[in-house]
Ligand binder design. Structure first.
Ligand SMILES: NC(=O)c1ccc[n+]([C@@H]2O[C@H](COP(=O)([O-])OP(=O)(O)OC[C@H]3O[C@@H](n4cnc5c(N)ncnc54)[C@H](OP(=O)(O)O)[C@@H]3O)[C@@H](O)[C@H]2O)c1
Length: 272
């Protein structure tokens, strides 16, 4: 029940009307027995929104596009990994001090590490946008040998140089006979609704023994994942990272362990 003691959380971004975050967090708060609520705030004026968090005493917020980087100057502190990534997706309000964290990278690593031992693994990472960047820093921290593929060569070169990765054009995948990698991660928007009839990877180069993760979650079964399964690959869908990054946010805000398995179940029912 919402009452005068209810602690308020939310998400700031624009657009946010289709976000699944309220579903993740409100159900988890209920299961955890917390008097807390989570709302979606479609924000036009970022600075005013940050003042509102402090002024109204929101306990914490998620931050989504387009504000993950722009929000940093308004915060009192950000953690080490967010400083490297130059993006945050989580804010806690500690008595008016706003602290920023990034759970995209840790959510992706947790999703991968449920299925793969990452140490020393050869990874093809597709995408040098916000998600590709967060995942790239995570993979570097795990000691993976990464080749970065991106549509725009300039963006690929910039991120690859920062991380010490090799880089190639996304289109070069079409010229390969086979993957020289143990893990392939799609962190591009290719295959996302409404253009969900395409895959960024030719089916012929997917082979048994490779783990394929697609972080796109709309649809859950992308063409890439369907074809990877047909080729005998182990697959990880976008719901896994989404659930783990949400669970990590809950843990930052409440200090309590969140039930990831249940969050995945909630998301699966909502998405399918
Ligand atoms: N599962 C999760 O928890 C989770 C979390 C975050 C994001 N995501 C998903 O990840 C995807 C990327 O998000 P983002 O935040 O990184 O977006 P972003 O910052 O806008 O970056 C988009 C990336 O996709 C590439 N791209 C876009 N359209 C493409 C196409 N038609 N063909 C090939 N490459 C294309 C871009 O390449 P260029 O550099 O050449 O433009 C860039 O690398 C989205 O589908 C998003 O929903 C999932």
């Amino acid at each position: 029940m919402i009452d005068a003691q209810t602690k308020l959380y939310g998400i700031i971004g624009n657009p946010v009307r289709h976000t699944l975050s309220p579903l993740i967090h409100n159900r988890a708060f209920k299961r955890m027995g917390l008097n807390a609520a989570y709302l979606a705030f479609e924000v036009d004026h970022l600075e005013a929104a940050l003042k509102g968090i402090r002024g109204l005493g929101l306990q914490g917020v998620s931050v989504t596009l387009p504000y993950k980087t722009d929000v940093i100057p308004y915060l009192d502190k950000i953690d080490t990994m967010s400083t490297k990534i130059k993006a945050i997706n989580t804010i806690t309000n500690e008595g008016g001090r706003l602290i920023g964290y990034n759970t995209d990278w840790s959510g992706a690593m947790a999703a991968l590490e449920e299925k793969v031992d990452l140490k020393g693994t050869r990874v093809y990472l597709l995408g040098a946008g916000g998600a590709g960047r967060a995942i790239g820093f995570g993979l570097k921290g795990r000691g993976c040998k990464v080749t970065l593929f991106n549509r725009s060569a300039e963006r690929a070169a910039q991120l690859a140089n920062e991380l010490g990765f090799d880089h190639r054009p996304l289109s070069s995948l079409a010229t390969l006979d086979r993957l020289d990698a143990d893990v392939l991660i799609n962190a591009t928007s290719a295959g996302m609704h409404p253009r969900d009839d395409v895959s960024p990877v030719p089916k012929s180069i997917l082979q048994k023994g490779v783990t394929v993760m697609d972080i796109v979650y709309h649809p859950l079964q992308t063409v890439l994942l369907r074809e990877a399964e047909e080729q005998g690959c182990q697959t990880i869908n976008g719901l896994e990272m989404l659930a783990h990054q949400g669970a990590a946010q809950l843990e930052i805000w409440t200090g309590k362990r969140a039930d990831v398995r249940q969050i995945k179940e909630d998301l699966r029912k909502a998405i399918e």
